[in-house]
Design a protein around this ligand. Structure first.
Ligand code: ADP
Length: 728
């Protein structure tokens, strides 16, 4: 190879090497580039991490600082709490769930007077032993072991009751122990010596005040009693003086003395009662009494005043409620007199209603009674309702000032009701009226109760004509209980205007304002001649006989008792057709038939007279058997109606005597019809033996009486047995 070639070859080799070098340099560069990139990224990452580390470090530093602060705060709080616990004068201790003392303040430890054993770790039971052994607590007469057992039992309880102990030095400590949720027990020992001393002082002061009050009341009671005795003399003498010859002026003076004396007596009696209650000297009696009768008596006493003022007095005694109870009848009457008396006093027009309802308290033999006294008077303002039950308290306004009184009545009434274990209240609307209510629980007393007649009777429909709609409402309720349909009318005109064809009985008020009772009954008789009328009147002395020409069967007194209501129910109406179709009885041997009726009860005599009135007979009454026998001689009756149970000589004995007289004189036996309330089989035998021909059971029916008489007139033998009566 030539040099040229060699040189060219070398040049080519050098060029190739240079190219390779270039290539390798480029690769190296690229690798360097990559490396420097990664190095930069790494250094960035390191910077970030460093910052983070820096932050965490500073946060850790801060936390460390805070922790130290918290710990120190905690120590301060703990120290403060403990200082406070140490400062309080009451004992404080904590026991763990194992009943060992964890900590106790110095007040708690002080009572143990430095006993070394008393320190954290001491068991509660051992503390009790130490207390008892060292005489720290005054145990009184209680044996130490018993006291410890009792205290331990209390401590072990789920939620120990606070307990007061007396220390040897006379101080009183109240122990209050509370369990914490983790089983510890926090124990407080509070010194209550001062409070106890105060309580004792207060109790003594109250006892002294009560004793003084009792002495005052006893003095008042004695004084009132002393004053009452001569006052009775003043009033009594004034009454006697009134009966003597007096000129008009003297009579006025005596009347004034008497009235003033009576007023003073009322006040003195009130004060006497009040003082007795206050002095605790009023004891309640236990009488067997009739509540309805007591209310009726009080109403009867107040009736004249009510009538003078034109007020209606009404009684609404639950129809089926027993009326006999055991209680202090006199004091109950006093309560009623006060409430009903006030109602009448503070009412100028309208009505006063006494309502009584009751509920049997099961299996106790007692009844929860509610008595309310409702009036349409001046009422009581809202704010005064509590005030009036206080002693000497009255409503002070123009309307009230004109009424006299002491203001003691309601206070006494309230105390009496409460003494009986009852309650009293009032509902009132100023200017419209008041309703005072009394709730009393009284034992029931047997016997003597008003028993309603057996129903249903033929009495289906009753019309009530009463100006006061309350009368109608009360009767409506009482009669509806027995299935009687009641229609109420405010006047006769209203009654006549309505369709009243199916009315069995009319109850009409006889003392409606501006209505003459005679005109009233005549008008009714014109329209419904066969319908029976019962009049209701608060005026005494009105009789059914006063109303000739009208079918008035009786006059009932207002306020009506339940007996009166039952009397209404007993009125079985006559079927109209029978009353109308029955021809008048033919005369016996040209003269009128003579009926002798022996009956001791006045009302029954009246009923009998009404029933035979249409027969145009001559009726003679005897009020006992002896009179009946005498009348048999003098009156010579065609028929005898004989009540069985009568005073002096009873019906059977009288019949026997009449039969004996007839036998002796050989006379024709007169028909004798017994009227008896007891239709018992045994009675019937006795009645036959006495020579009686028939018996009719009460209540008597007009048709049966007429049938007996018709049978007598048609033929005397054999006689037929009428329906509703029995032949013997
Ligand atoms: P007195 O009637 O002697 O004043 P009470 O103690 O019986 O004493 O009554 C106290 C007061 O209560 C009465 O003075 C009267 O103001 C008010 N009061 C009592 N009952 C009624 C009533 N039915 N209607 C309105 N006010 C009444």
């Amino acid at each position: 190879m030539s040099l040229m070639d060699t040189l060219a070859q070398e040049r080519r080799g050098r060029l190739a090497a240079e190219r390779l070098l270039e290539l390798k340099q480029a690769e190296l560069f690229a690798a360097n580039e990559k490396l420097s990139h990664r190095a930069r990224a790494l250094s960035d990452e390191i910077v970030v991490k460093r910052q983070e580390v820096e932050q965490v470090r500073s946060e850790a530093e801060a936390l460390k600082g805070e922790n130290t602060q918290v710990r120190s705060d905690l120590r301060i709080a703990e120290r403060r709490l403990w200082d406070s616990i140490q400062t309080i004068q009451d004992g404080f201790a904590v026991f763990d769930s194992d009943h060992r003392m964890v900590t106790a303040n110095s007040a708690y430890l002080a009572v143990f007077d430095g006993i070394e054993e008393v320190r954290p770790g001491l068991k509660y039971g051992r503390a009790l032993e130490l207390i008892a052994e060292e005489g720290i607590v005054d145990l009184g007469t209680q044996p130490s072991a018993e006291w410890q057992a009792e205290m331990l039992e209390r401590w072990n309880g789920h939620d120990p009751e606070p307990r007061t102990v007396k220390l040897f030095n006379g101080e009183y400590i109240k122990l209050i122990d509370r369990r914490s949720p983790d089983g510890d027990t926090v124990s407080l020992a509070i010194n209550i010596t001062e409070t106890i001393r105060h309580e004792v002082e207060l109790k003594e002061a109250r006892e002294r005040a009560e004793a003084a009050n009792r002495a005052k009341s006893a003095f008042l009671a004695n004084m009132s009693h002393e004053i009452r005795t001569p006052m009775n003399g003043v009033v009594g003498m004034a009454e006697l003086l009134q009966e003597s010859e007096l000129c008009e002026e003297q009579a006025l003076y005596v009347e004034t003395i008497k009235k003033s004396g009576e007023a003073l007596l009322v006040i003195i009696n009130d004060i006497l009662d009040y003082s007795k209650i206050e002095a605790g000297k009023l004891s309640l009696k236990e009488d067997h009494f009739d509540l309805e009768q007591s209310i009726n008596e009080v109403l009867t006493l107040l009736l004249p005043t009510a009538r003078e003022k034109g007020i209606d007095l009404l009684l609404d005694f639950d129809v089926l409620l027993p009326s006999r109870y055991v209680g202090d009848a006199g004091r109950i009457r006093q309560i009623l007199t006060n409430l009903i008396g006030n109602a009448v006093k503070f009412t100028a027009d309208g009505h006063v209603i006494v309502r009584v309802v009751g509920l049997e308290v099961s299996d106790t033999g007692t009844t929860q009674l509610h008595i309310s006294v409702e009036d349409t008077g001046i009422g009581i303002a809202d704010g005064m309702v509590d005030h009036i039950f206080g002693e000497f308290n009255q409503v002070e306004n123009d309307r009230n000032r004109k009424f006299d009184g002491t203001g003691l009545g309601l206070s006494i009434t309230k105390q009496l009701v409460e003494l009986m274990g009852g309650e009293i209240w009032v509902d009132s609307v100023d200017g419209e009226g008041s309703c005072f209510g009394v709730a009393l629980k009284l034992p029931r007393s047997g016997g003597g109760d008003v028993i309603p007649p057996n129903l249903p009777s033929d009495l289906k429909s009753v019309a009530i004509i009463a100006a006061n709609q309350m009368t109608g409402m009360i009767l409506n309720r009482q009669l509806s209980v027995f299935g009687v349909n009641v229609q109420c009318f405010k006047s006769v005109d209203a009654f006549r205007g309505a369709h009243a064809a199916d009315i069995d009985l009319i109850l009409a008020e006889a003392d409606m304002p501006n209505v003459d009772p005679h005109d009233l009954t005549r008008t009714l008789a014109d329209d419904l001649p066969t319908t029976q009328i019962i009049l209701l009147s608060s005026l005494g002395g009105m009789k059914a006989d006063d109303f000739d020409g009208a079918n008035v069967v009786s006059v009932l007194k207002k306020p009506m008792s339940r007996r009166d209501v039952h009397e209404i129910l007993r009125h079985v109406p006559e079927p109209d057709n029978m009353a109308e179709e029955r021809p008048p009885l033919p005369p016996i041997e040209g003269s009128r038939i003579k009926i002798l009726a022996a009956e001791d009860n006045k009302t029954n005599r009246l009923v009998f007279a009404r029933m035979v009135r249409a027969l145009n007979a001559i009726v003679e009454f005897a009020t006992n058997g002896e009179e009946a026998v005498a009348a048999y001689h003098t009156f010579k009756p065609d028929i005898v109606f004989m009540d069985i149970s009568m005073p002096v000589v009873d019906g059977k004995a009288a019949a026997q005597r009449i039969r004996a007289i007839e036998a002796e004189g050989d006379r024709t036996p007169v028909p004798i019809v017994a009227m008896t309330a007891h239709a018992m089989q045994g009675d019937a035998d006795d009645i036959i033996a006495a020579g009686i021909d028939y018996y009719l059971t009460k209540p008597l029916r007009k048709a049966d009486i007429e049938d007996r008489i018709t049978a007598l007139l048609s033929d005397t033998t054999p006689r037929e047995t009428p329906t509703g009566a029995a032949a013997l």
